[in-house]
Design a protein around this ligand. Structure first.
Ligand SMILES: C[S@@+](CC[C@H](N)C(=O)[O-])C[C@H]1O[C@@H](n2cnc3c(N)ncnc32)[C@H](O)[C@@H]1O
Length: 257
């Protein structure tokens, strides 16, 4: 998400869970408008599953999937949903599934809440924090589809190990995905796709489709970040990976710096 903006004073009710791992992104941007604060105060809480953050689940016990949505349903995950447009679009298209989204940028969470309101979707849950918190506590094989739309590009070579497509993220992601589940990636950075093609398969995935200049699946909508990439002359590329039966590698230790 772009722009150096004033830090938003965020109330405890709306604050993302305090990070306990290295997190290099932004958790807040422009000062939240009163209506956004009200939404965060009143509407976020009921959509946040219990037992995800370390404060409520320091032992990192697995969450009971039946508590995520009002009725049991297949679980999909969107990593870094930004303003939430793609997540709400998917929720509306697939009322039979439950979509859990993780996003530490609180302004994005506020945008998602507005979109949920406008679309009237009921099959979404929100973790207003780092997706790795979810990897700790989601049961193995519990996720049926994952969207990774325009992950932070970290263009400098010395920052490539911060990218999502590294073992520190991919191995725990592979653990929570069911065999046959799909990981859908969109990026505007050719070197990001290069790294994904190199690092995703050894984490227990096979390339199913792409990389292509058009999404190799139905139901794509342009996200805010994609619109910005197009305006700035960068070309989107898409790929889909399928979780294979390969066992998950031993967890890589978190990197410092
Ligand atoms: C470039 S933006 C793209 C946002 C959105 N997917 C889109 O296409 O418009 C990347 C997003 O990933 C989020 N992000 C970065 N690291 C994350 C993490 N560890 N867990 C969850 N979200 C993360 C950032 O806060 C940011 O909103």
């Amino acid at each position: 998400m772009a722009g150096a903006e004033e830090q938003a004073p965020v109330s405890p009710a709306s604050a993302p869970a305090a990070p306990w791992r290295n997190f290099y992104g932004r958790t807040s941007g422009k000062t939240l408008r009163p209506i956004q604060r009200r939404r965060l105060g009143a509407e976020l809480g009921p959509l946040v599953p219990a037992g995800i953050d370390r404060a409520t689940n320091p032992e990192r016990r697995p969450v009971d999937l039946r508590t995520l949505f009002a009725t049991p349903r297949p679980l999909w995950l969107e990593i870094g949903f930004g303003g939430g447009e793609h997540m709400v679009h998917q929720a509306a298209r697939h009322p039979e599934v439950g979509i859990l989204g993780a996003e530490p940028f609180i302004n994005g969470v506020a945008m998602l809440l507005r979109r949920i309101d406008e679309a009237g979707v009921r099959n979404v849950a929100i973790h207003p924090g780092d997706v790795r918190d979810l990897f700790d506590v989601l049961p193995a094989g519990s996720v049926g589809r994952v969207f990774l739309n325009y992950p932070d590009p970290w263009p400098k070579r010395r920052h490539h190990r911060r990218r999502f497509v590294t073992p520190e993220h991919l191995d725990p992601l592979a653990r929570v995905m069911a065999e046959g589940a799909e990981l859908r990636l969109a990026t505007d950075i050719p070197d990001y796709m290069r790294q994904a093609l190199e690092e995703v398969p050894p984490a227990g995935f096979a390339l199913r489709a792409g990389p292509e200049p058009l999404p190799p699946w139905e139901g794509w909508i342009t996200t805010r970040y994609e619109a910005k990439a197009l305006r700035e002359g960068r070309a989107p590329a898409y790929a889909a990976f399928v979780r294979s039966a390969a066992p998950v590698r031993a967890a890589a230790p978190p990197r410092a710096g």
